[in-house]
Design a protein around this ligand. Structure first.
Ligand SMILES: Nc1ncnc2c1ncn2[C@@H]1O[C@H](COP(=O)(O)OP(=O)(O)O)[C@@H](O)[C@H]1O
Ligand SMILES: [Mg+2]
Length: 327
């Protein structure tokens, strides 16, 4: 777990980059820091491994103040991936990936096995790629190596600063998918900086939206879309995306008009009544709790329509799919 307590950063030229951040990043979660250029994402991230020292406040990792931790130790236990790859050009892929394990004194057998395992994880066949130099790989392949190099020594924390933003859209999507699937098995604590809201919505467990050195909102992707905290967050997410969850359907949108006057044929104990402007969620709740097969939709005491549990299940399922594919 990483905790920011009232953290501030003022650069030497007087720039107030971080104006008091409180943030808890739980173990095993992927948190995206997002916000416009210059809002302080990189500064926030680099304070975690002390590439930048905070001016005020405290950053704790598993309860331990990072200012009291040996910096070399700290960085060896925190993986780091940056936008421009950062592979060492005169080292082979194998040497790049095994660099930190070797610095940590791993035995040859162990780090060689690890290199093969990691290359396989991102679909790069070890026998083909490990003896090559970085420039003999495509941009997407190099960035895959950048990602697995950060994983090599099995650090509990990984920092990623816009790691995919220099890639073409297809490679970017592929690497996002790969990161998600890797994270499903390794469950590291990952801090992922991006300015791309779609990327954040796709990969993050929680998203911290920053503006001008502060955090405006921290929420899960679904909560961010459904409950943006203020106008800035709304604007940053964009109306299109907000609308995805917006059409909260009403009972009247999916009811069948009772043209057959079914309500005259039903016994009182076969249905419950629900107002036309109730939500589908409320209707589902009522069907479940009443155990009756029908819902009678009413408006001003008139019975205007009928709903069955299958009408509701179908709606819930199709809305759920829409939500899942857009998030
Ligand atoms: N070394 C530095 N010295 C002075 N100001 C800096 C330095 N690094 C960043 N800044 C300023 O701090 C603010 C936050 O920068 P940064 O954390 O890089 O933002 P982001 O990653 O969100 O684009 C910006 O105003 C930037 O110009
Ligand atoms: Mg940055």
């Amino acid at each position: 777990m990483i905790e920011f307590q009232n953290v501030t950063k003022i650069y030497e030229d007087g720039t107030e980059a971080i104006k008091g951040i409180n943030l808890t990043i739980p173990e095993g979660k992927l948190i995206a820091l997002i916000g416009p250029s210059g809002c302080g994402k990189t500064t926030t991230m680099k304070m975690i491994n002390r590439l930048i020292a905070p001016s005020g406040g405290t950053i704790l990792i598993n309860g331990k103040d990072t200012s009291e931790t040996d910096e070399v130790d700290l960085r060896r236990n925190i993986g780091y991936v940056i936008q421009r790859i950062g592979l060492l050009p005169h080292m082979t892929i194998e040497e790049n990936i095994s660099l930190i394990p070797r610095l940590k004194g791993w035995k040859k057998e162990r780090y060689e096995g690890r290199v093969d395992e990691l290359l396989n994880l991102v679909g790069l066949e070890p026998e083909v790629y490990k003896k090559r130099y970085p420039l003999e790989l495509s941009g997407g392949q190099q960035q895959r190596v950048g990602v697995i190099r950060a994983l090599a020594a099995e650090p509990p924390i990984i920092l990623m600063d816009e790691p995919f933003s220099a890639l073409d859209p297809i490679s970017r999507e592929q690497l996002q998918d790969e990161l998600k699937s890797i994270q499903n098995t390794i469950h590291k604590t990952i801090v992922f900086v991006t300015h791309d809201i779609d990327e954040a919505l796709k990969i993050a467990d929680e998203i911290a939206v920053m503006r001008d050195g502060k955090i405006e909102q921290i929420a899960t992707p679904v909560d961010l879309l459904s409950k943006p905290a203020n106008e800035f967050v709304r604007a940053f997410i964009g109306e299109n995306r907000l609308n995805v969850l917006k059409p909260l359907k009403l009972v009247s949108d999916i009811m069948k008009e009772d043209t057959n006057h079914l309500h005259n044929m039903l016994e009182e104990n076969e249905y419950s009544s629900i107002p036309f402007d109730a939500s589908i969620q409320e209707a589902a709740g009522m069907l479940l709790s009443s155990g009756k097969p029908y819902l009678m939709v009413t408006k001003d005491d008139r019975k205007i329509g009928i709903l069955t549990s299958s009408d509701i299940l179908q709606t819930v399922a199709s809305e759920g799919n829409k939500e899942a594919s857009s998030v």
